[in-house]
Ligand binder design. Structure first.
Ligand code: PLP
Length: 357
């Protein structure tokens, strides 16, 4: 089978992309002289101020190395703010903390995840209300924190109202709310593309703490934990050290965020990735054999393909399986995906699917 030249960039993951040039330039600028280690430096102060501006509040900012570490730090601090060590974390069964963190929350936090079914990876307040039967019963771990993911692992989005309703329910039951925002930029871009949009589904909705992703949005490797509720943030800096996420050369984590928080670059990059996923949907959903539900909300599409086509396509341009029982795969765009990548990819998909089996 004759296939066109493979796209320059794959559709494997937004993690597969490199760092944005502005991030590398910012790192180079930060790489001068000696500064005090562990975050007592100007770049870190600037980064904290930028996040305070973004959220319009005196938020507590803790920079970390990676997304799993961000979730662990947020959850460890939040659980620590609750009275007693017998609290668990409620999440969807699709949650990254449940399926893709190698049991780190259970191991490191010595807690239990209470995972709930969610076909579209979104929890609803009624599911939290049903947990009331566990409350006050000494034989059961007590629901202490609810962790939502925005955008979800299935590329779906909560509206600001949906998150507010979940926060209301959780708070009425004495629980705190964490948001895993590994792709919070893609969610913000899709929900209005402004700082006000970000605030509407986080601080205004009542979220207590969140993991703010950077690595999937053009950084070399940095994430931030933002505590919006000071009562959920007690001891956050100490906990960061305990969970081994305190960088001695903090200026380099901060410099990365400073680059994308400048002039809304973080939203431009995420809007671009989302737009490229829509383009990918448009150019592939019309190909015979590609089954796609509807246009993507953010930067991933989940097509089902004829099984014999998957391996040759993947050998030509790599992507991951998603649900093998449905021959479903995941194609993901990134801040640097181009229309040319998508045209070539669609051409390859068309050629492989047209080939006789
Ligand atoms: C929703 C979500 N949360 C957290 C993470 C964790 O990121 P990391 O791989 O940097 O630990 C990922 C990474 O894929 C993710 O998709």
């Amino acid at each position: 089978m004759e296939l066109p030249a493979a796209p320059e960039r794959s559709f494997a993951s937004d993690n597969s992309a490199g760092a944005h040039p502005a991030v590398l330039e910012s790192l180079a600028r930060a790489n001068h002289g000696h500064v005090i280690a562990y975050g007592a430096d100007d770049a870190t102060r600037e980064c904290e101020a930028r996040f305070r501006d973004l959220f319009g509040a005196d938020v507590d900012v803790q920079l970390v190395y990676n997304g799993t570490g961000a979730n662990i730090l947020a959850l460890a601090t939040m659980l620590g703010s609750l009275p007693g060590p017998h609290h668990g974390v409620v999440c969807s069964s699709w949650a990254h903390i449940n399926v893709d963190e190698t049991g780190a929350p259970e191991r490191v936090l010595a807690t239990k995840l209470i995972d709930l079914p969610a076909p579209d990876a979104k929890l609803v307040p009624e599911q939290l209300a049903e947990l009331a039967h566990l409350q006050g019963v000494q034989h059961h771990v007590q629901p202490g924190v609810v962790s939502l993911t925005q955008a979800t692992e299935l590329g779906t989005l909560y509206t600001a109202d949906e998150i507010a309703a979940l926060c209301d329910q959780a708070h009425r039951m004495g629980m705190l709310v964490h948001l895993d925002g590994a792709r919070i930029a893609n969610a913000t871009a899709a929900l209005g593309g402004t700082p006000a949009a970000l605030r509407s589904f986080t601080i205004d909705a009542g979220v207590d703490a969140l993991s703010f992703g950077g690595t999937k949005n053009g950084l070399l490797g940095a994430e931030a934990v933002i505590f919006l509720n000071p009562l959920a943030a007690v001891g956050s800096a100490f906990v960061r050290k305990q969970v081994t996420q305190l960088s001695s050369k903090m200026r380099f984590l901060a410099a990365q965020f400073n680059a994308i928080l400048d002039e809304g670059l973080w939203l431009d990059l995420a809007s671009h990735a989302n737009a490229m996923a829509r383009e990918l949907y448009l150019r592939t959903s019309c190909i015979d054999g590609v089954i796609l539900d509807g246009p993507p909300a953010v930067n991933s599409v989940f097509p089902s393909l004829p099984r014999p086509a998957i391996e040759p396509l993947r050998d030509w341009c790599f992507f991951w399986d998603w649900d093998e029982s449905r021959d479903q795969v995941r194609w993901m765009t990134a801040w640097d995906t181009t229309v040319d990548d998508i045209e070539r990819f669609a051409e390859g998909v068309r050629a492989v699917l047209a080939a006789p089996v």
